[in-house]
Design a protein around this ligand. Sequence first.
Ligand code: BGC
Length: 771
Amino acid sequence: MTDTRFQSDEWKIIETQFEPGRGRDSESIFALGNGMMGQRANFEETYSGDTLQGSYVAGVYYPDKTVVGWWKVGYPEYFAKVPNAPSWTGIIIRINAEELDLAKCEVRSFRRELDMKEGLLTRTCSAVMPSGRVVEVIAKRFLSIHEPEKAAISYSVRITGGSGKVEIIPWLNADVYNEDANYDEKFWENEFSSSDGKRAVVVAQTRKTAFVVATAMENIFTLNGKPAKGTTKITTTDKTAHCTFSSDYSDGDTFAVAKYAAVLSSFNHPVEGLAEKAMAAAGEAAVKGFDAMLADHRQVWEKKWEHGDIAIKGDIAAQQGIRFNIFQLNQTYTGDDPRLNIGPKGFTGEKYGGSTYWDTEAFVFPFYLSTSDTHVARNLLIYRYKHLEKAIENALKLGFTNGAALYPMVTMNGEECHNEWEITFEEIHRNGAIAYAIYNYVRHTGDQDYLTEYGLEVLIALSRFWAQRSSFSQEKNQYVILGVTGPNEYENNVNNNWYTNTLAQWTLKYTSDTLEWLKSSSLVKYNAVVARTRLDTQCELSLWKEIINNMYFPVHHDLGIFLQQDGFMDKVQQTVKDLNPAERPLNQHWSWDRILRSVFIKQADVLQGIYFFEDDFTEETIRRNFDFYEPRCVHESSLSASIHSVLAARLHDTESAYTLYLRTARLDLDDYNREVKDGLHITSMAGTWLAIVEGFGGMRIRNDRVCFNPVIPAAWQSYSFIIRYRNNPLRVEVNGAKVNVVNLSQAAIPLAVYGEQVTLQPGEEKRFEKK
Ligand code: BGC
């Protein structure tokens, strides 16, 4: 099943073959980003082979018309898309009027190398053009994470075979489109370009949303390492700008261009003067130069690795996998802007439209919480806080009242923007993950003020939703939640999804307890929250209590398991072993009807709930549920393997945990699902981190203490990770015999290893016998 095209290396992803049939796959794997923009690894020179051109700008979206046929009240108005933005990477190479295009050349050697330590992409190739001329290209590029509106390319071409005329033409192009546009519409309009003779800029505006993006360049040409003497001319059309450098060449000459690009958007700047600002930024980059920009960029990456690396000894594939995942997460979100979030594909493709899903709270949040300064996770919560009003409006549209909030399943700006009726509408469990993230944040950081200032407002609105969405069943004499879709999207419109009911009850309880806590710690603040939310502390709180105490949960007493939903045992009971491997993945072979009535589970559902609330269950209960559900799970969501891996490690089944870990860690590198061409699975990459830190490392936060219960896969000699607890960094190293913990911070850290409680003083290191 695996397909390792890349060389083993701890810090690099290395491709050594030119495989035109896998071009899109590699464009995704080698994509770069810096939190503010992203770029697929499209070739700089002209390429007439198959390619998905992709440049993306954070925060910029287009509300594409949905393709729903029969409209019903409550349907989302649009399906948000991240537009493929004006492209800044192109460099045309023309030698005696013949254009370099690898699709038309004999490619003699080819190497692409992504250095994850430095965030640098290098491509070298040697190709024979149809005329017989040989060119050797070295292209390096990075998207500065130090100055995230800037990027630079250093591109050199050595020409052998005769002499003549060469043209090197860096260009900008606003004539771009999205492959996944629902109606083949263009997302951009009002394009224009301009130049001051030295620099050029193209400007384009998104239709409907009117985001303006200005993309500028300045280019510096050299010949054999010295300033080149040819002529340079900038020409522009409405949508493009070309900077044509022409010169004579002799056999063996190496021409190079340093292309400095700046991408500025109205998401961050006033529209007026945007084009000039972008040109000035490209100019500043050119003055600073490629090497100085790269040095600053490297330094930021060095810090990121210092804070969040995971080192694995003895298993290079696992090492490469986890670093690739950490690298991609850090490329996608840097956490400085609470208006931004993490799309399932980040900046690496069009699919999922760059929008925010429950993935953020349920899977990605712990990664940033433990590897970044506290403000990063806080900003992810603030993102939802800022969308609260829209979530209340969304719930109102669906018939809920009194400030109840239903957050969207998929969003850009707080509005629901997904195509699919059942999935959008009935996966109300997303509200639960948002509440859980608040709880997770507070227990990790100790930032109680967050609750008072923001968190409680969100929790109250979510609780109001759960209280209204639950209904009292006379038959059961309990509260039920009907007509939902759980995390398992392979069944829709089910009653009493155990996971959803669990999250609903828990949210009501957490909100009530938090209100109680605030009331006893600061009546003034409590009253302020009550006034702000117009909470009826009599009626509302007593209803919540009633629901908490009388929520119905489907269980199977004989099997001793929680039931995924009321009707689960009516299904034909089979396990994945009964499936014909040729029919996998099911979603590409079976009708939707067959999938929906089958017992097969797309991703952790009951087990997702057990993962969240593990401490509420005995090991025996966890085991029984795991042993029942895992064999029925086809793991057809990239989010699935990691949660199963954490639970398998919790159940001391280290080898299954390891198998599941490898599946998530190298999902994209080895293209398990044959879809990496569409982009990387950024949100599931955080699951890989969970599988190591929470799975093998057994990290949990309990009673203001960071706890570890490490296990180690047989294939590894050792592994180590750095996490932050209350913003204090801590390094944990595990080998077959010992667990070594070092407090890297200036504060004392209360911890427990295998239940042994100690407080580690600043700089202190302690060894524990491995159990
Ligand atoms: C999963 C959802 C997830 C979405 C985006 C789907 O395949 O089932 O849980 O939110 O992908 O990652």
